[in-house]
Design a protein around this ligand. Sequence first.
Ligand code: SAH
Length: 345
Amino acid sequence: MINIYGIKRQDLEDYFLCSGEKKFKALQIFEWVYGKNAKSFQEMSNIKKELQDRLSSDYNFDMISIAKKQEDKLTKKYLFKLLDGNFVEAVLMEHDYGMSVCVSSEVGCNMGCAFCESGRLKKVRNLDAYEMVEQILLIQKDINERIDSVVIMGIGEPLDNYDNVMDFIKIINDAKGLAIGARHITLSTCGIVPKIKDLMNENLQINLAISLHAPNTQLRNKLMPVNKAYDLKELMKVVKEYINKTNRRVTIEYVMLHEVNDNEAQATELAALLRGLNVYVNLIPYNETNHIEFKKSSKDRIMKFYDILKKRGINVTIRKEFGSNIDAACGQLRSKEVKVWNHFI
Ligand code: SAH
């Protein structure tokens, strides 16, 4: 049986066409599932009984569940229990412009970035599209408010789970699905070059964010093992192609690690690397984790770095910090309900 929340409208249309039905039935089903929150096909009064029965034997409405919730002022962190007993986390952030959810895309992560907590558990498996959709549905229900934007920046490397993440994006972007505009969806990757090429040809208007974190390949090799597979030069080449093909501005994420990647020479080097590209740099104050060898850059160093980029004509912002009190900030999510959660469970 297939979970209904992991099905794109197009897939349902094909399902109906194959079984000699009209394809607009897919639209009706989507209206029931996402518009009216139906929890079974039996509730769908405009679908005939025989078809309800067939649908019920092919699709289920199984849900992951909220195991725990932790909150501070503008942030809520959710621990989800998946149907097979694995756990992932998602974070809700209240921005001035609306509610944003940071979703996980995998159980664990294989990318092994030296400073990131999420990679402590190696990848156990991909998340299915329905498991990503349900993170949003459950949060929406919990706060009784609409989610306006989604960032795929939780646990996992989304481009290492390409097909499911694409399905997820198409379902939440569907006007009859969760109707989250493509420009309100951001996918963040550590730089899996061939998959960035695939993404470029999807014709989606989503935002792409690249976790760069170093201005040269030597340092990037030390921080991000992925750089040994797809090095900085290759990555920058594909970013250029992506911008040319999609006409979309790309975000460059740069986590500020004290005396590792945050000095003035490195800022100058980064500015040179990005010169002339339609990108903007998001400087991320490091959220300290159990990787005690990494410390957060001081405000002073971040401002100096910022000024150098700015003076050299690079668009740059400093990311607002969310959730660090409850370990819900970037890189602090973990996929096993380890210590952080133990005193809640
Ligand atoms: N795998 C994807 C998405 C997950 S991480 C990626 O690499 O982009 C989301 C962002 O948070 C990445 O830029 C990541 O490098 C950054 N990050 C990881 N640990 C962090 C930490 N402790 N503090 C701040 N940002 C961190």
